[in-house]
Design a protein around this ligand. Structure first.
Ligand code: HEC
Length: 205
């Protein structure tokens, strides 16, 4: 064997060892993958820029009216809080909602939690309307114990959460349908808890 072919053979062995020897061994370096299969593919990161779309944004705005599959509510009354003939609001939390939640107890527990997250910043835990956001200058909402709100149909409360009202923002996109009804149920319990039972004391003897 000539010196040149010896050198060539040695180089080839070294190259093979270099290329194949990296798999299965511990290393801090990124692996050398000869056949890349689909390890690396072009993709966009959320919020990143795009040369492809005219507006330069990777993320597309959903078509108007798009409803996420797990947000779709078939029952119109449950979804809108309005009666099917649109003659007014649904009067009480629909039974289907209670059943799906696994009973009124479960619905109330969920409602209390969601109320704490989404409503107390303004309405505060008691519902009187002195939340931390209000203490910092936001318009003070009416007390949830106000007779006008206490006697309004459950569906109207539901619609208030979904669509907002005057200066109260809509929470429909953050609080899905079932949770809105849960909050409504909890608000009713909260109102009951503050109602004077008007019990007459036993006459003293
Ligand atoms: C950012 C503060 C804020 C948050 C959060 C908020 N509200 Fe309100 N809410 C208001 C304000 C302000 C009003 C009074 C709106 C007006 O009359 O302009 C109001 C009014 C209401 C009313 C009375 C509606 C009417 O017809 O007069 C109800 C009921 C109500 N909110 C329920 C809720 C519930 C339930 C939540 C939680 C899902 C919630 N709000 C979250 C600020 C808030």
């Amino acid at each position: 064997m000539s010196r040149t072919s010896l050198l060539l053979a040695a180089t080839m062995i070294a190259a093979t060892a270099f290329a194949t020897g990296c798999r299965g061994q511990k290393s801090e370096d990124s692996p050398i993958v000869l056949i890349r299969n689909m390890y690396h593919q072009p993709r966009y990161n959320p919020q990143s820029a795009s040369d492809f779309f005219e507006d330069g944004r990777t993320m597309r705005t959903p078509v108007e009216g798009t409803v996420a599959r797990d947000r779709f509510e078939e029952n119109e009354e449950i979804s809108t809080g309005r009666l099917n003939d649109d003659s007014g609001y649904v009067l009480t939390v629909p039974e289907d909602v209670v059943r799906r939640a696994g009973g009124m107890d479960a619905l109330l527990v969920r409602g209390q939690e969601r109320f704490g997250i989404y409503c107390t910043p303004c309405h505060d835990k008691t519902g009187l309307g002195n939340g931390t956001v209000v203490q910092r200058g936001y318009q003070k909402p009416p007390s949830l114990h106000d007779p006008r709100i206490r006697t309004m149909p459950d569906g109207q409360l539901y619609a208030t959460i979904k669509n907002g009202v005057r200066n109260m923002p809509a929470y429909g996109s953050q609080v899905p349908s079932a949770d809105r009804w849960a909050v409504v149920s909890y608000v009713r319990a909260l109102e009951l808890s503050q109602l004077s039972m008007n019990v007459q004391p036993e006459p003293q003897k």
